[in-house]
Unconditional design. Structure first.
Length: 329
């Protein structure tokens, strides 16, 4: 064999050995993220979760120089969007902005459409949110006390709107109706804009919705707020009484929102996302924007703390649903 052929033969052996596992280690992959992130919202455009997702997404886009695509998937009380989050890949490029709806929908359906907690990993608790009892402006009950008297004097005559069967607004409306001791009819809608339109036409009488969701309509005079469903009044609507002032402490209903990833993502990505989202939430203009919308950002949370919070909420809603006898319609 000539010297040239011998060199080529040896080079071939080395290439073959490299293919068998003797090649140099590949370089570490570039840092996260390297492509756009999808943030699924299991609610309609204009909802509180949509507002939080867009606020957080904008902050992350500025930091990562990558697009954060807000993917709103309303319908069926959050079933569609929450199922998508459960089934997505755990690579950090699909996230979910979740709320109490994720827990409620799973509790109301048998068998559950997804595993409310086991299918996700907590990333960051984003906000705590005030809920508001709102009515159409032409409803003759001008105050919360007037409304309570009218509701109790007209059993079966009132109905309430929600953003879908199994949504947080469904459960909040049911809890409020039961605290009043009335048998109101539940009327679900797919989107916020439809809910407001139907209330404006007088086809539904009241709703219990998050303050960020109703505030624009309240400011334009399309809806009238009668009570906030918290122990204390809201700084955004200081003239509106708290539900406790009306002698209805059992009607209290708080909401929250946060970011999760499909179960099993690399821990380093969870910790990076958490730290970066916390940085966004601590930004003073964003905190002020949240407060103006009736929500409070919660940057003090941790991924594990958010998971504990969701577990505690799951148990609370499970007891509430069983006690109220709520079932899918």
């Amino acid at each position: 064999m000539t010297r040239i052929r011998l060199r080529l033969f040896c080079a071939g052996l080395l290439l073959a050995a490299g293919g068998a596992g003797f090649a140099r280690p590949l370089p570490e992959p570039a840092g996260y993220p390297q492509r756009p992130i999808r943030l699924i919202v299991a609610d309609s455009p204009g909802s509180a979760d949509d507002f939080f997702a867009r606020s957080v997404g904008t902050g992350l886009e500025d930091l990562y120089r990558q697009r954060v695509m807000i993917d709103t998937r309303p319908g069926a009380g959050g079933l569609i969007g929450n199922t998508l989050v459960s089934r997505a890949g755990a690579d950090g490029y699909t996230l979910g902005m979740v709320s109490v709806t994720r827990l409620i929908t799973a509790l109301l359906r048998e068998p559950p459409p997804y595993r409310a907690l086991a299918d996700v990993t907590g990333v960051a608790h984003v906000a705590s949110i005030t809920n508001v009892l709102v009515v159409a402006p032409d409803l003759h009950a001008r105050t919360a006390r007037d409304f309570v008297r009218h509701a109790r004097a007209s059993p079966g005559d009132l109905n309430y709107a929600s953003l879908g069967i199994g949504s947080a607004s469904h459960l909040a409306g049911e809890v409020f109706s039961r605290a009043l001791g009335i048998d109101a009819v539940h009327v679900p809608y797919r989107a916020v804009i439809n809910t407001f339109a139907e209330m404006g036409l007088g086809r539904v009488h009241y709703a219990v919705l998050t303050l960020p969701t109703v505030l624009p309509a309240v400011q334009k005079g399309r809806l009238r707020p009668l009570a906030v469903m918290t122990p204390q009044r809201s700084g955004v609507l200081p003239a509106v009484p708290a539900i406790r002032e009306l002698g209805l402490p059992d009607a209290q209903f708080d909401s929250w929102s946060g970011v999760v990833a499909p179960a099993g993502p690399p821990r380093r990505i969870v910790e990076q996302l958490h730290g970066d989202i916390v940085g966004v939430l601590r930004h003073a203009p964003l905190r002020k924007r949240f407060l103006h919308q009736g929500a409070e950002s919660t940057p003090e949370s941790t991924p594990d703390g958010f998971m504990r919070h969701m577990r505690e909420e799951y148990l609370r809603f499970e007891e509430m649903i069983r006690g109220s006898g709520i079932r899918p319609e």
